[in-house]
Design a protein around this ligand. Structure first.
Ligand code: ATR
Length: 302
């Protein structure tokens, strides 16, 4: 294998003697931006490492991860659809990975695999870098699947005034409210659930929101999870609409733009979660030398 051939999907640590090897595992994975992001972080901080891609078959995450670490792999990022497999694979989980119910970062230490989740911290850092006030804010989180659960803990730790989870179906949003009720109380945040259709009723939403985050899978197709009536209730020009999907102006973002709100896609979250993974692997002290916002700007320009 040619180490310079970054499209190789079979990242084998044996092929990179003397170099620490990392990889992102997902299916599909060919278009992942993670190798480019980590390459820039390693250049900024003079780290001798290789970061490749792995595309396990859908039922082969554990075998692939096992061989990767057995061959000397130092760490792995995990993306769709393997975050639950990665959680099961880890020997030990950080508290935030437990709360998120999923793992996006694995590392090995003395033969033991540790699982962490940097998605929520990545989202919060991107919001703060964009000047969004989360403390004391009224936040609406759309969706109650894995992506929503992954960011709920770090959002509540920002001590918003209110956090409403709105989902198509009631049950999953209610489950999340129960799961995170204690954390909400600790941070004096009101945590409640609604259905997406409730958002059409202004008596249920009370008023507009400061921050609306789309964590539904609807962003991947060209539909918005909310109707135009709901959009008129929740967005005002001072609102900020964030879609976790990146690389396009989604239908959800267009609804917000139409009402004069500011919008963002999720590219900054991708870069920030990668920065946290990089620091977990290579040492927190490198925080001083890596520049995630510069990497984000480069990605946007490319
Ligand atoms: P992920 O890990 O991406 O969150 P998931 O756990 O399957 O994936 O969750 C998908 C989320 O997107 C759910 O909240 C789902 O709503 P339901 O729980 O009602 O299924 C939501 N979702 C998917 N497609 C949607 C659509 N077209 N409109 C609104 N919500 C949608």
């Amino acid at each position: 294998m040619n180490p310079a051939h970054s499209n190789d999907l079979h990242t084998d640590p044996n092929q990179f003697p003397g170099v620490d090897v990392y990889a992102v595992a997902g299916n599909p994975i060919t278009h992942s931006k993670s190798p480019a992001i980590h390459k820039r972080f390693s250049e900024q901080s003079n780290q001798k490492m290789h970061y490749g891609r792995l595309q396990p078959a859908l039922d082969e995450f554990a075998t692939t991860a096992q061989s990767f670490f057995a061959a000397g792999g130092q760490g792995m990022n995990v993306t769709v659809p393997f975050k639950l497999d990665a959680q099961a694979f880890a020997d030990e989980l950080t508290p935030r990975a437990k709360l998120a119910g999923a793992v996006n970062t694995l590392r090995i230490e003395n033969g033991k695999i540790f699982g962490d989740n940097t998605d929520g911290a990545g989202l919060v850092r991107d919001l703060l870098a964009q000047g969004i006030q989360t403390q004391g804010a009224r936040i609406l989180l759309l969706g109650a699947g894995g992506a929503a659960r992954g960011v709920l803990g770090p959002l509540l730790e920002q001590a918003p005034k209110e956090l409403i989870i709105a989902n198509r179906s009631n049950a999953k949003a209610d489950e999340l409210v129960q799961l995170f009720a204690k954390l909400a109380t600790v941070h004096q945040a009101v945590l409640q659930s609604l259905t997406l259709s409730d958002l059409e009723d202004i008596s249920k939403t009370a008023s507009h929101f400061d921050l609306i985050i789309n964590a539904t899978a609807a962003g991947l197709s060209d539909v918005s999870p909310i109707s135009d009536i709901a959009a008129s209730n929740i967005f005002i020009p001072q609102s900020f609409a964030y879609d976790m999907v990146y690389g396009k102006v989604t239908a959800f973002m267009q609804q917000a733009l139409h009402r004069g709100s500011r919008v963002s896609d999720g590219l900054g979250m991708l870069v920030e979660q990668a920065a946290d993974a990089f620091l977990i692997w290579r040492g927190e002290h490198l925080n001083e030398v890596i520049d995630s916002r510069a990497v984000l700007a480069e990605l946007r320009a490319s």
